[in-house]
Design a binder for this molecule. Structure first.
Ligand code: F6R
Length: 242
């Protein structure tokens, strides 16, 4: 695992967006799986700016949305779908048929997971995953205790996720389940970038990077990935011992 600490959030976001752009240029048929949330927002804004300025072609790129809240319609501003659309998809020239987002309103989540896993099987896995870290150490909606052997699955959200998740919604929203790409997908991805910024993430980053590697702290799994990079700003790195 490579650890990169940047002096501020903007630099972190610049570097993360460069990694995505470099991959798209180098492999125009790449499969990228991206998180939503506050952390990668600036990275995506910069990515869009650079892609437009450089005329970068996303038509053959496969886009995989990392996760979704169950029961939340895509038109709800708090949904991951809405986020991906607003910050990425509508600005870049993805082919619609190459965009794969979980349907939070599905009536059959087993089928929804199977569909996503089949896409990834056919495409031979993920080239680049960009993930954030939850306040409880989750990656995607892989909550503490989630098996490392899971591909896409339905998750009962823990209390931290259900309460922290309110920040994405205009009104108080019941968040009980999520659907997510699994840790097994992450472990099999060619490259994983994990981003964290701000003092509030410092304690979880310390646990993830310096304490025991355990399924109780899903973000610690990144240390076992052969090609992973953790990008932090100085605030998120502030509790690390070295
Ligand atoms: C969102 C996701 C979550 C977030 C995490 C951090 O698609 O997968 O795991 O990455 O909860 O969220 P922020 O970046 O809002 O602090």
């Amino acid at each position: 695992m490579k650890l990169s600490v940047f002096s501020n959030y903007r630099l972190l976001s610049e570097n993360a967006s460069d990694e995505i752009i470099d991959l798209v240029k180098y492999k125009p048929t790449a499969v990228i799986c991206l998180a939503s949330g506050d952390t990668p927002r600036l990275c995506y804004q910069l990515l869009v700016e650079k892609a437009i300025a450089g005329n970068i072609d996303f038509r053959a790129i496969t886009f995989i949305g990392l996760d979704e809240w169950v029961g939340i319609p895509p038109a709800n501003e708090g949904s991951c779908h809405y986020f991906f659309d607003k910050f990425l998809l509508k600005h870049l020239n993805f082919s619609i048929s190459n965009i794969h987002l979980f349907d939070g309103l599905s009536t059959d989540f087993n089928e929804e997971c199977k569909k996503m896993d089949q896409v990834l099987n056919v495409k031979a896995g993920i080239d680049l995953m960009v993930v954030g870290v939850g306040m409880n150490g989750h990656i995607g909606f892989n909550e503490p205790g989630t098996s490392l052997n899971n591909y896409s699955h339905l998750v009962e959200l823990d209390n931290t996720t259900a309460s922290v998740g309110q920040k994405y919604f205009k009104e108080t929203t019941t968040l009980k389940y999520g659907i997510t790409i699994g840790l097994k997908h992450l472990l099999e991805a060619s490259k994983v970038l994990m981003l964290a910024s701000g003092f509030k993430k410092a304690p979880v980053i310390k646990k993830a990077l310096e304490e025991e590697i355990s399924d109780q702290m899903p973000a610690s799994i990144i240390r076992t990935h052969p090609n992973s990079e953790v990008m932090l700003d100085e605030e998120a790195a502030s509790m690390l011992s070295s």
